[in-house]
Ligand binder design. Structure first.
Ligand code: AHR
Length: 519
């Protein structure tokens, strides 16, 4: 480290430490709807000499003086849009705006505004090397109600990313390029992840293509082990630097990078010439730990970096769309932030008192028996059931036959292909499971093959329409259990088959997990 750099860091640390003191005092006396007025994350980064150049959140202001919109939603009933703003300057999201506007219909998050004043907003990602599942290859947008939380007692919503969802800005202003220094932090749901590529937030290629080692610098969160990984089973906070998720200096395994799964997880990646770091912490209490702080990885192509300055959320640099995760807030800075500045940012996150609320689709407990009721307005008395090996929806009532009730009752099993997901065994026909074949659902006996296990495994998540639970196919993760003309399928939104029709897709893939007709 040069003496000059050293002096700059020491001055920054002193400034940040002073701000933390002010923040802690403010937090102790804070009771109202607005947050501590001048000590929000981007105020702290600015005080540290590393200002935010992009600031995204659907839950709160990231500057004490910010009083603009946080995000925009679009409702399916008439395609109208509405900005969701703040309860007060520097405060928390006004979720009531969304709730009123989206009542009785489905809303998607169309824009996540940039609070930095640089218009580095995030919108629907275009297709890249990999096309998205939407029309013309764009990625899907997040369902606005899918990640409810409270923040300092106020209702708010995060950005719930499932495979196929992605946000991007390939034409930014002021974001680091080349080997320029930058810092990135984000607050994620540490319990919502997978091993797909790649739940990223940060700096990426401006053409949505893999442009080679060092053309990205993002935070990655999940348990992908294709490239790097850390200690324990994962998930890990790593850096996606393109063609590699790095957990530290070594390309593959770095023992100092721990498994972290706090419900609210603060994650940090920062980089400057031949120097970078990974840090993380519990967004509900305590401070940050550093799992790597050193020179660039032991692999050619990452020093110097070749950052391009696009911003993405929920996808890989080449628009890989296999990942899931939840985002609440995050920024990119100009300059390499000091640890002290980041520690004070972590203090504002803890002071915001993030709390879970509602369901994220995890109402299916292995061993229990359930019935799955359609929620589309046409069909709210119909249940997913089998008739022989065919899987359909039928009206079931208390006067239905015992056979019909049993055929509409499913024993929830730990996912045959993935224990983080579930499988459904027929209550009436032991050893027979709900599975898809050629994208249609059937009831078949488990034949013990890996293909059967994959075809019979579904991953629950919050209902796509904002109610109930949606069930993603484990081996076709952009396809969800859907009823269409009363027949069961796994359907993608707007895909090539008739049953992939976009009309009513969100409603048709949202199921009310109900008390079983046959317990
Ligand atoms: O670096 C991991 C991934 O590799 C990147 O996100 C993607 O662009 C490429 O497939």
């Amino acid at each position: 480290m040069t003496p000059l750099l050293h002096r700059r860091r020491r001055r920054t640390a002193i400034l940040a430490a002073a701000t933390v003191g002010a923040l802690v005092t403010g937090a102790l006396v804070h009771t109202g709807t607005s947050a501590a007025a001048s000590s929000q994350p981007c105020d702290l980064y600015a005080a540290g000499g590393t200002p935010c150049v992009a600031a995204h959140s659907t839950t709160r202001a990231l500057y004490g003086s910010y009083n603009g919109p946080l995000y925009q939603v679009r409702r399916s009933s008439d395609n109208a849009t509405r900005d969701v703003g703040l309860l007060s300057a520097g405060g928390y999201a006004n979720a009531a705006t969304q709730d009123a506007f989206c009542s009785g219909t489905t809303c998607l998050i169309t824009i996540i505004y940039d609070q930095s004043g640089r218009n580095n907003r995030l919108t629907q990602a275009p297709g890249g090397y990999f096309p998205g599942p939407g029309p013309g290859g764009v990625d899907n947008l997040a369902v606005a109600t899918a990640a409810p939380i409270t923040i300092n007692g106020h209702k708010a919503y995060g950005v719930y990313v499932v495979p196929g969802t992605g946000y991007r800005n390939n034409n930014t202003n002021g974001i680091a390029t080349g080997d320029q220094p930058e810092g990135i932090y984000a607050l994620f749901d540490g319990t919502h992840y997978n091993n797909g590529c790649c739940f990223d937030y940060g700096n990426a290629e401006t053409n949505s293509r893999d442009n080679g080692n060092g053309t990205m610098e993002t935070i990655y969160f999940g348990n992908n082990t294709v490239w790097g990984y850390g200690a324990g089973p994962g998930p890990w906070v790593m850096a996606d630097l393109e063609n590699g998720l790095f957990s530290g200096y070594e390309r593959r395994y770095n023992a100092n990078n721990p498994t972290v799964s706090h419900r609210f997880l603060t994650a940090i990646v920062k980089g400057e010439p031949n120097h970078w770091a990974i840090r993380s912490g519990n967004g509900q209490s305590g401070g940050l730990s550093t799992s790597y702080n050193g020179v660039r990885p032991n692999v050619a192509g990452y020093n110097p970096m070749k950052k391009e300055g696009a911003i993405l959320l929920g996808i890989g640099g080449d628009n890989s769309i296999g990942a899931r995760g939840t985002f609440y807030e995050g920024v990119l800075t100009s300059g390499y932030p000091s640890d002290a500045t980041e520690n004070s940012v972590q203090a504002t996150i803890v002071a915001a008192r993030y709390q879970p609320s509602g369901s994220s689709g995890s109402t299916l407990t292995p061993g229990s028996t359930v019935s799955l009721r359609a929620t589309t307005a046409c069909c709210t008395t119909r249940y997913l059931n089998h008739s022989g090996s065919d899987v359909v929806t039928s009206v079931v009532t208390s006067s239905s036959s015992a056979t019909d009730k049993g055929n509409a009752s499913w024993i929830v099993r730990s996912g045959l292909a993935n224990s983080a997901c579930v499988s459904f065994e027929s209550k009436n026909t032991s050893g027979n499971y709900l599975r898809h074949r050629n994208y249609q659902l059937y009831l078949n006996a488990n034949d013990g093959t890996a293909l059967f296990r994959a075809d019979a495994t579904f991953c629950p998540e919050a209902g796509k329409s904002g109610q109930g639970t949606s069930l993603a196919s484990s081996n076709f993760p952009t396809r969800y259990i859907r009823h269409y003309n009363n027949i069961g399928y796994i359907a993608s939104n707007g895909g090539p088959n008739t049953f992939d029709a976009g009309n009513l897709w969100y409603e048709d893939v949202s199921w009310a997990v109900s008390a079983p007709w046959t317990p």
